[in-house]
Design a protein around this ligand. Sequence first.
Ligand SMILES: *Cc1c(COP(=O)(O)O)cnc(C)c1O
Length: 455
Amino acid sequence: MQRTTAEWQAIDRQHYLHPFSDPKALHESGTRIITRAEGVWLWDSDGNRILDGMAGLWCVNVGYGRRELVEAATAQMTELPYYNNFFKTATPPVLELSALLAEVTPPQFNHVYFSNSGSEANDTVVRLVRRYWDVLGEPQRKIVISRWQGYHGSTMAGASLGGMPAMHAQGDLPIPGIVHIDPPYWYGLGGTLSPEEFGLNAAGWLERKILELGPDRVAAFIGEPIQGAGGVIIPPATYWPEIERICKKYAVLLVSDEVICGFGRTGRWFGCETFGFEPDLMTIAKGMSSGYLPIGGVMVGDKIATVMIESGGEFNHGYTYSGHPTCCAVAERNIRILRDEKIIETVAADAGPYLQNRWRELADHPLVGEVRGIGLIGALELVKDKLTRGRFAPLGEVGTVCRDFCFQQGLIMRAVGDTMIIAPPLIITHEEIDELALRARRCLDLTAAVLGIAN
Ligand SMILES: *Cc1c(COP(=O)(O)O)cnc(C)c1O
């Protein structure tokens, strides 16, 4: 039904509760209604055209409007809209997708559990690593170590693994058996160390924590290759190889949460390939279906899969929609588009370097303390003092001002505190990257003007 923006907003106020939103504030400002999309562009109910610099929520990797994905869903829904995979049953799409995932993931991965989201997949990870150690006769290995400013979802286990104090504060989190270390955030925590030294130090915090807890009690370490929602924290090159070495030393399972980095964001299929480490488990979601339908999963490395299979016994875990046939059919088609159209190779050789060059030009802006990025993900740190990395107070106010200017200027760019972040669809063209950089600079200028800072 076609309604006016005001009518949609009235319904929104009366009936709808938004995720991660302050309803009172939202009711005062009114909701933006997005009505259609094509490529990297969104349109709202007032007809404004907006460049989606965040690919939805880091997920629309192949861009909006791909007919093949609509057709894959239609064909599957016509043939078999739903059936479950419990009780000795499977469907063709779940098997086709499993085999394709084994092809595109690193060689140690040949098995997958499906979920409907990244959060559910991380819940699966927690249960799975504990089950693995139980089966191996080390039931005391229960603790999962993760990082402050990590994001692993919004379920009880996902929010607990995450390192967001505001989330922990609601609902008595984290749940028992999850502990956090500081992130490899060189700009925020690195002080005077070189990035390489800092990366080794930051990895050392893991070893210190393992020793403090007792290595025989630690089941796994989980981290995003790049911490996305925490502010696009990109670790120094020394970090991940050292983390991998420490995990091996204490037989701690290594889990890469690839929900954002997976399926091409960094210019390789998976972030662990970009950063050069070999995880035992990988969480996948988001770009797996480019967000056209909800699906996630856990890639299970051979080391763990072999134990789970050969030990016998049931893993008492699963969801009604684990491996939903329509979601699987769409995810399979999406992954084939990424592969057949060489979209990830293009990110690595062309779109990524082009975006990073344009992005780095923003470093000369008086508000920008650091520009960082890789592939098609990037961040700008807005600071009061470029030399000392001095922040504005209270943190987040300037970021929100800038974010609001972005909305107004037709660009979706998110603010995490005073860090502005982008992760556009992987099919973004040079012209669209130029437009993104142009609009970003305009928003920085408008923000500086509000603060009375001269350009
Ligand atoms: C979004 C996200 C999740 C959670 O996925 P949902 O599908 O929102 O449940 C988990 N991990 C990372 C790294 C994410 O970015």
